[in-house]
Write a protein that binds this ligand. Structure first.
Ligand code: ATP
Ligand code: MG
Length: 143
């Protein structure tokens, strides 16, 4: 592992996974310099989705977000490149696809502000927590 590389977590959300967009999204991210270090396909339970998005539990969209994230399987991925966290946020675009920059994953593949195709960790600290959530046993090759 290049010493400047760091890790982040992405999830191809149930809208994109269920409509057959996972392959194109992975190809897009590989084209943007990310390597897939680990990946899985998982249908989240409600307690898992509530725990993953616990930071949003007081928000008005929380129950709807949990409904959406448990509506079908999703694809969590551990991604690696230089400056992974901010570079992945840049590559996916704004939360609302109507505001996402041209060429970003959400501009290309998201349906709406809720059904927005992909999740990405928003800080290195949260990336570590979120990677542990899905890939606790994975060899990180770091340190
Ligand atoms: P994510 O955390 O999934 O990468 P984000 O960081 O761009 O997305 P957050 O503010 O963390 O956005 O919101 C988490 C998710 O909750 C969004 O990606 C979206 O699916 C949903 N969401 C956020 N705001 C709204 C809203 N106003 N209405 C409906 N759904 C929303
Ligand atoms: Mg977020």
């Amino acid at each position: 592992m290049n010493k400047n590389e760091t890790d982040t977590l992405a999830i191809v959300k149930p809208d994109a996974f269920g409509s057959g967009k996972a392959g194109r999204i992975i190809a897009h991210l590989e084209g943007a310099g990310f390597r897939v270090v680990a990946a899985t396909v998982k249908h989240l339970t409600r307690p898992e989705a509530q725990a993953f998005y616990a930071v949003h539990r007081e928000r008005p969209f929380f129950d709807s977000l949990v409904d959406f994230m448990t509506s079908g399987p999703c694809m969590p991925m551990l991604l690696r490149r230089e400056n992974a966290v901010p570079e992945l946020r840049r590559a996916i675009g704004a939360t609302d696809p109507a505001e996402a920059e041209d060429g970003t994953v959400r501009a290309l593949y998201a349906e709406s502000k809720e059904r927005n195709a992909i999740h990405a960790s928003d800080s290195p600290e949260n990336a570590e927590i979120e990677i542990s959530f899905f890939f606790a046993g994975t060899d990180r090759l770091s340190g």
